[in-house]
Design a protein around this ligand. Structure first.
Ligand code: BGC
Length: 763
């Protein structure tokens, strides 16, 4: 499997710079550093020079134009923290830049086995000095607070004074783009200097956020491979340390600069400065060991996440890229989640959405359940905030998870396509159930999962109402953000039904445990309330249109005119940037999979014919303006046997960021789509479903491929599925026996019979 992604001799325009800042960012689930040029870009370039800490935020005003009751007037936003990446090189006074002199052999590489990015080039200065320069960067997976840069300068013909000026700057601002609602409108500086210390050659900057009361300490130290003179100066104005080092460099000689940076924040540390001191001491001078540990960590990761496509290097690379980015984005300490853009950029301000629970969690559940558990733990840690949120929105009981958040508060400024997306509450409950079904982790269920299920079930009972013997949910927004505040959104109702059913099931599973009584007491849960959940689930209204034989997206959807997508000018996409929301709401036009997503997540709600008719209905009116869409259409197409369509949708999803298909990868990666493209292969092509009755598989081979294989975990069993031109083979890789439900049969794999081979049936 090809795990090295490179680009060569690319144009140096702002758009490409931004794109590469994203594609070559370094992150480890805790810190993320954009792949900005160490030496900087010309002033006229508005690129995003950013360093982020997962879950580290400030609170800023979000003034509503009209102060309606209980609309949120503040939001949490991800903070760009101290700049530890800037490094200038100058050769007898000539400062290195990609924009002066002549650059040759320019190449940027992401090595997903080494866990590093490199940028190398040959520079011929305006005065004819020739040097070879390479920067290698790493966010360590084994030392989460550590980021390193190794800069190697080799003289080709230069004989003179080389000066390195390396910065550690605490005065930084967030990026802004007022013309795109997916970015912050104003760039602000959120950090206030508190202290600066220089001790044993290490510079420390301590800063505080303005409102969220958080502290951050960064520590930076350097190591130079050649003797030279070094001076560290501090400028209070810029809250910045500048390490200036000078040496003589002769042709053929190389200088290696190692820059070690450590970031500690007060969400995780009680004494950021002390912890930063300890960590920088423990890693200083040990770059090779850090590289080695990084490789070992990734070798373990790839062992479990292994996925290979025969004879298709492009797909292999794209899949590896997507999985690697998910790992880079994934918070693992229970104090943070996965932002829509991971830690790669400021799009959506570092907010967590349902992207994690529905699109990304499945990848971790099947490849690294411990990381999945960390993500669930984080959601649980925000349950109290969700209870508060429910009250704020007027509910008498239950928990309403915020549509977008960092620390647990609702942060969406536009409630029709924000707070009104109640389905996020059901999505989180769904994720808890799927994790439990895939792992059998009863400890999770009793400690956290059941409480989430019960509190969210309460919410549905409170938001819904009985009408003519049916349970209905009115005035909510489903996943499709081009249709807002509707009655009985099919997806939301299906999600609520699942949630209510599972609150009862979880109680029944756990009933025999002592701990359950304690939980029931804590939540004042009575059997009568469980009966209420069950009645609402059983009577949940799921819209169905007799005439068309489909499930309408909501009660009024089919009454609206159909948007003429074929005759909409190409440049008017995404529609959200070109039409007033009300125009979109008044048409049958979808931003993304909505009802179609329900078919994938809640198998068995409708018969195959209804699903096929609905799929055919929604296809021509869906723009896929959201990156969360084509992957789902692909999976459902697979389940309907529409293999060509499944393949085409897969094509749009798999390289969405690598090929910048939505034109905004420069603002950050699309993590949900990355998880989605993994699901296309596992849940679409291989037909994997994890249901109450067990693990299902129904594999097929897309016509364009000659074979594929991947590994996955299920309830302690480690499995490999390999699909070929002649059939498929499922192997058990460890000793934990497993039953697998295949079309028309079921098999048991154990130590004695650890392999099952099935040839394709004719027809
Ligand atoms: C989509 C949402 C998604 C959000 C963050 C929006 O464009 O419509 O479903 O959660 O992006 O990725």
């Amino acid at each position: 499997m090809n795990k090295v992604y490179s680009v060569e001799d690319f144009p140096l325009d702002e758009k490409t710079m931004m794109l590469h800042e994203t594609l070559f960012h370094n992150a480890n689930g805790y810190i993320g550093v954009r792949g900005t040029l160490e030496e900087g870009v010309p002033q006229e370039y508005n690129t995003m020079r950013g360093t982020y800490v997962n879950g580290f935020y400030d609170v800023i005003p979000m003034k509503q134009a009209e102060s309606l009751c209980n609309l949120v007037e503040e939001k949490e936003t991800m903070v760009n923290v101290a700049d530890v990446q800037t490094m200038h090189l100058s050769f007898d006074g000539e400062t290195f830049s990609l924009f002066s002199g002549e650059i040759t052999n320019l190449i940027r590489t992401l090595d997903m086995e080494a866990g590093t990015t490199t940028r190398s080039m040959q520079w011929s200065s305006p005065h004819g000095h020739e040097v070879q320069i390479q920067f290698c960067r790493m966010a360590s997976f084994t030392h989460k607070s550590v980021f390193t840069i190794a800069c190697k300068v080799t003289s080709l013909n230069f004989d003179g004074e080389l000066t390195v000026s390396s910065k550690h700057s605490g005065i930084v601002a967030n990026y802004a783009n007022p013309s795109d609602p997916r970015l912050a409108a104003e760039g602000r500086a959120y950090l206030r200097p508190q202290a600066n210390i220089l001790e044993n050659g290490v510079s420390y900057l301590v800063t505080h956020t303005t409102k969220s009361n958080l502290e951050l300490c960064t520590a930076v130290a350097h190591r130079f491979s050649k003797p030279g003179s070094s001076l560290v100066t501090y400028s209070a104005d810029a809250h910045c340390y500048d390490t200036n080092y000078t040496c003589r460099l002769h042709p053929g000689e190389t200088l290696l600069v190692e820059k070690y940076a450590v970031i500690q924040d007060s969400i995780r540390s009680d004494n950021c400065l002390q912890d930063a001191q300890k960590e920088i001491e423990s890693v200083y001078g040990k770059l090779d060991a850090l590289y080695q540990q990084q490789r070992e960590y990734l070798s373990e990761f790839w062992k479990c996440a292994n996925m290979e496509i025969d004879e298709d290097d492009e797909s292999n690379l794209a899949i590896a890229f997507n999985m690697y980015q998910l790992l880079q984005s994934c918070g693992s300490d229970g104090k943070c989640g996965i932002a829509a853009k991971g830690l790669s950029g400021e799009g959506y301000e570092g907010h967590y959405f349902w992207d994690t629970d529905i699109y990304i969690l499945p990848f971790f559940v099947l490849t690294n359940p411990a990381l999945a558990r960390g993500l669930l733990n984080f959601r649980y840690s925000t349950l109290d905030a969700a209870r508060e949120n429910a009250k704020l929105v007027g509910h008498q009981r239950g928990a309403l998870f915020p549509w977008r958040t960092i620390h647990g508060k609702e942060c969406s400024g536009y409630f029709p396509s924000g707070t009104a997306q109640y389905h996020i509450t059901g999505d989180i409950a769904y994720a808890a159930v799927k994790y439990y079904l895939a792992t059998g982790d009863t400890e999770y269920l009793i400690k956290e999962g059941a409480e989430i299920l019960i509190e969210t079930a309460r919410l549905w009972c409170d938001v819904g109402n009985w009408n003519d013997g049916k349970f209905m949910i009115n005035d909510v927004t489903g996943p499709d953000e081009y249709t807002c505040i509707v009655n009985n959104n099919y997806y939301t109702n299906a999600c609520a039904k699942y949630n209510l059913n599972w609150a009862v099931k979880a109680a029944n599973i756990l009933r025999k445990m002592d701990a359950f009584q304690a939980l029931a007491d804590k939540l004042a849960l009575r059997d009568a309330e469980l009966d209420e959940f069950q009645r609402a689930a059983d009577a949940m209204y799921l819209p169905y249109n007799e005439k068309l034989g489909i499930n309408p997206q909501d009660d009024s959807f089919l009454q609206k005119p159909i948007w003429d997508l074929k005759n909409t000018p190409k440049e008017n996409f995404p529609l959200l940037l070109h039409y007033h929301p009300l125009v979109l709401y008044r048409h049958q036009v979808c931003k993304q999979a909505d009802t179609v997503l329900a078919y994938y997540l809640f198998d068995g709600l409708e018969d195959r014919e209804t699903v096929a008719r609905s799929f055919a209905y929604y296809e021509p009116i869906t723009t896929h303006d959201s990156s969360l869409s084509t992957c789902i259409f692909s999976i459902v197409a697979s389940s309907l046997g529409e293999k060509e369509k499944a393949w085409n949708y897969f094509g749009s999803s798999i390289t969405l960021d690598l090929q910048n298909k939505h034109g905004n990868t420069g603002d950050g990666i699309h993590t949900a789509n990355m998880g989605g493209s993994y699901m296309v292969i596992v849940n679409g092509f291989a037909g994997v479903r994890i249901q109450e009755d067990g693990l299902h598989m129904a594999p097929y081979l897309p016509a364009a491929w000659s074979g594929y294989r991947f590994q996955m975990q299920y309830r302690g069993s480690s499995l490999e599925l390999s699909v070929h031109k002649t059939g498929y083979c499922i192997s058990l890789l460890n000793d934990v026996p497993v039953t697998i439900l295949l079309p028309g049969t079921s098999i048991v794999l154990d130590r004695k019979a650890s392999e099952y081979v099935q040839a394709w049936q004719e027809g």
